[in-house]
Write a protein that binds this ligand. Structure first.
Ligand code: NAD
Length: 254
């Protein structure tokens, strides 16, 4: 699918990987709705990138809010061809200890944002995409979600996060198979350690030690490297139903 003149919704587009993706899509001639609860980041980026990018204050866990973000793409830019699910939270919490009575609520919140939020956006986006005119390949849309290497290799404190991301990996193939008849592809990226506000809040020595768990290149991944993979997925119509790790062959040990 061509990015130029196609319309995308990018959740979590106000920060980190979503913001890098929005920059890439806008630079390649796409139209973008940034769907994020982060009003400050989203509005600033939309203003910086100009008339082809709009911000929609969106909570991906809400049906009404997700519908409104997708409707904004249609009303502002005339349709919907791509969804990039980047919205996510990564609370680090242990199961036992002082905060234990709050764990269930917090577990549910992580599943709600990362897994149910991604699915919520997917199903509503697919409904609109399925009514688009197909391109010469018969393609109507592409959906890219964001899992994590934690889906395969979760660390202590990542029970909820790892379970939510394993869910995103699990959604990918069945949804791709179901949407194939509409010409909609579904892919997932499982990043390792990426240099975004989500990780940059950690102490420097933790960041350094995380970087050393990457065999090559021995550093964190760049948001631009995530965006480059989104671009490749959008443009390569033969990629479907797969999760691609973007992690420098990271192998973490507990
Ligand atoms: P980030 O914190 O910079 O950005 C996440 C964005 O999601 C924020 O702007 C936040 O406001 C938004 N968001 C959170 N809850 C939301 C909700 N309910 N509705 C709408 N927006 C919401 O983090 P990031 O590193 O750019 O993360 C992007 C995605 O990549 C996440 O799903 C994260 O789990 C995943 N990921 C990140 C890394 C990493 O190392 N940074 C690694 C693996 C996976």
């Amino acid at each position: 699918m061509k990015i130029e003149n196609s319309v995308f919704v990018v959740t979590g587009g106000g920060s980190g990987l979503g913001a890098a993706t929005a920059r890439m899509l806008a630079a390649a001639g796409g139209r973008v709705v940034l769907a994020d609860v982060n009003r400050e980041g989203g509005e600033a980026l939309a203003q910086e990138l100009g008339a082809t990018v709009a911000f929609a204050h969106t909570d991906v866990t809400s049906e009404e809010s997700a519908r409104a973000a997708i409707a904004r793409a249609v009303s502002e830019f005339g349709g919907l061809h791509g969804l990039v699910n980047c919205a996510g939270i990564a609370p680090a919490e242990k199961i036992v200890g002082r905060d234990a009575p709050h764990r269930l609520e917090s577990f549910a919140r992580t599943i709600n944002v990362n897994l149910i939020g991604s699915f919520n956006m997917m199903r509503l986006a697919a409904d609109v995409m399925s009514k688009e005119a197909p391109n010469e390949e018969g393609e109507r849309g592409v959906i890219v979600s964001t899992a994590s290497v934690a889906a395969y290799d979760g660390q202590i404190g990542q029970a909820a996060y790892a379970a939510s991301k394993a869910g995103v990996v699990g959604l990918t193939l069945p949804v791709a198979r179901e949407l194939a008849r509409f010409g909609i592809r579904v892919m997932t990226i499982a990043p390792g350690i990426m240099e975004t506000p989500m990780l940059m809040g950690m102490p420097q020595e933790v960041q350094d030690s995380l970087g050393k768990t990457v065999p090559f290149p021995s550093r964190m991944g760049r948001p631009s490297e995530y965006a480059a993979l989104v671009r490749h997925i959008v443009e390569n119509s033969y990629l479907n139903g797969e999760t691609i790790r973007l992690d420098g062959a990271i192998r973490m040990t507990a």
